[in-house]
Design a protein around this ligand. Structure first.
Ligand code: AMP
Ligand code: GLY
Length: 450
């Protein structure tokens, strides 16, 4: 039996552990919290500092690990993948140099530009205020300011949303300079966002179905940005507002990026490559790259993965992905997170969760645990972050959404919040109408810049 180390302990890692166990692996988890779902599946779980290469490699040696899968981005940035490979452990997750595709927005933009990869908005990088006002003047009302490093989703400020004048934008840039930071100022893109993730071994990429995440905390896309409140994918592997050409273009961008990374960093990108795109009237544009699976997007794609996940991970880690078939069930999926009220701004700290296991089983939905605590014998308690995710699947988005809601009905408790509007016919129609409106000639900054 292959012994696999999973690093991380959120809902994404619960889903990864589930998929690995389904493929017959024995899983050991190096975790930051006692995830009850992972504890029920894994043979071993150790709490420790995920970002310590020494701690992780010691645990891997102790567990006689054959293959490692890294979930979150921080251990990638800390060089945990490099350390595992130094110990000859095949690893899913790029080395820290390659992980710059996520950890530095300037690196990602410059890589695409140097290599003539399409999909980059107009941008400039800065580490002082010199030239910022002039560049803002060129961009006019449509600009975005991005801190260059990892900022847990809080480093991006969008015109009209967080910034309401060039003076406000300059103040934010000044703050970043004072923090000793580099930053990117780029064109604001108008369209619908989607995630296109690929399994990658450096040369070969197998693409996953497109997924749409919902970052805003409240229904109707209101409230603060969050880690993601829920997501959906459709049975035909695309999304209702996308055209076939958009998917093809996103595939091409991921493939060209993996090749450019190999060429410039001198080592293959072995891991999940996650392109965050926005469909515009001039094709998909890249918002950001992540060097890992998305959370919640991982829950959508792993729900319908038909092929052996251990074989895919082994293929990525050992550069043999070309010989591995990757198939997904032609089913739609809908994922909704249960979070503490106030999540994204001021989360409640006194929430509890009760899961009716019988009702959950009867619904046929899947449930994944994220950031919860369960004092021995006590009720599940939330933390300040996402608590549990429920995933439904079915022949259509309507069936998958109904199954997800049936699963959610099995969870009760105090102080909880769910975005029930995700993947409802009304919200899907709004997305489609938005893109239809843009495509029918409504001028957008992206079009005017093209
Ligand atoms: P990021 O951390 O780069 O994914 O940005 C967070 C969010 O900011 C994205 O999900 C988008 O909603 C928004 N965003 C980032 N870059 C742009 C852009 N160039 N145009 C419009 N929105 C953007
Ligand atoms: N779904 C957003 C992320 O994983 O970063």
């Amino acid at each position: 039996m292959i012994r696999v180390l999973v690093i991380g302990s959120g809902a994404r890692e619960h889903a990864i552990t589930h998929a690995l166990c389904n493929s017959g692996a024995s899983v050991s988890c190096f975790a930051s919290n006692l995830n009850p779902g992972i504890m029920a599946l894994a043979d071993n779980l150790e709490i420790g500092d995920l970002n310590s290469p020494d701690r992780v490699t010691d645990y891997a040696a102790q567990q006689r690990i054959d293959l490692a899968v890294i979930g979150p981005e921080a251990p990638l940035a800390a060089g945990v993948a490099d350390a595992l490979r130094t110990e000859s452990i095949p690893t899913v997750g790029p080395g820290h140099k390659l992980a710059q595709i996520e950890t530095s927005k300037a690196f990602a933009r410059n890589l695409l530009t140097r290599n003539g990869i399409p999909g980059c908005p107009r941008y400039r990088t800065f580490d002082t205020l010199d030239g910022v006002a002039d560049w803002l003047g060129e961009l006019g009302d449509g600009y975005v300011v991005k801190y260059d490093g990892l900022a847990g989703g809080k480093g991006v400020k969008v015109a009209g949303d967080h910034l309401h004048s060039h003076a406000e934008a300059l103040n934010y840039c000044r703050e970043l300079v004072t923090k000793d930071g580099c930053f990117v100022v780029e064109e604001k893109l108008i369209g619908e966002e989607f995630s296109l993730m690929s399994f990658c071994d450096g040369d070969t990429l197998h693409h996953m179905p497109a997924v749409q995440d919902h970052k805003r905390a409240l229904e109707g896309d209101c409230g603060p940005n969050t880690g993601g409140m829920g997501s959906y994918s459709d049975a035909n592997y695309t999304l209702p507002f996308l055209e076939h050409e958009d998917i093809k273009a996103a595939h091409t961008i991921n493939e060209a990026t993996a090749a450019a990374l190999y060429k410039e960093c001198g080592e293959p990108y072995r891991g999940f490559l996650y392109g965050g795109f926005i469909a515009t009237t001039s094709g998909p544009k890249l918002i950001e790259y992540n060097a890992r699976l998305g959370d919640p997007e991982a829950l959508n794609v792993l729900e319908i993965l038909q092929s052996d996940f251990v074989a895919i991970c082994h293929g990525m880690a050992t550069e043999t992905l070309a010989s591995i078939g990757v198939d997904f069930r032609p089913a739609a999926t809908v994922c909704k997170y249960i979070v503490p009220e106030g999540y994204g701004a001021k989360p409640r700290r006194d929430c509890t969760l009760i899961i009716d296991e019988e009702q959950l089983t009867a619904s046929d939905a899947s449930l994944y645990y994220a950031a919860v605590n369960q004092p021995s014998g006590g009720a599940l308690e939330t933390t300040s972050s996402r608590a549990v995710a429920v995933v439904g699947s079915g022949v259509s988005l309507a069936v998958a959404e109904a199954q997800c809601e049936a699963g959610l009905a099995a969870v009760s408790g105090r102080g909880l919040h769910v975005r029930h509007d995700i993947a409802t016919p009304q919200l899907l129609e709004q997305r489609v109408a938005h893109m239809r409106g843009l495509r029918s000639g409504h001028k957008t900054p992206a079009v005017m810049a093209a």
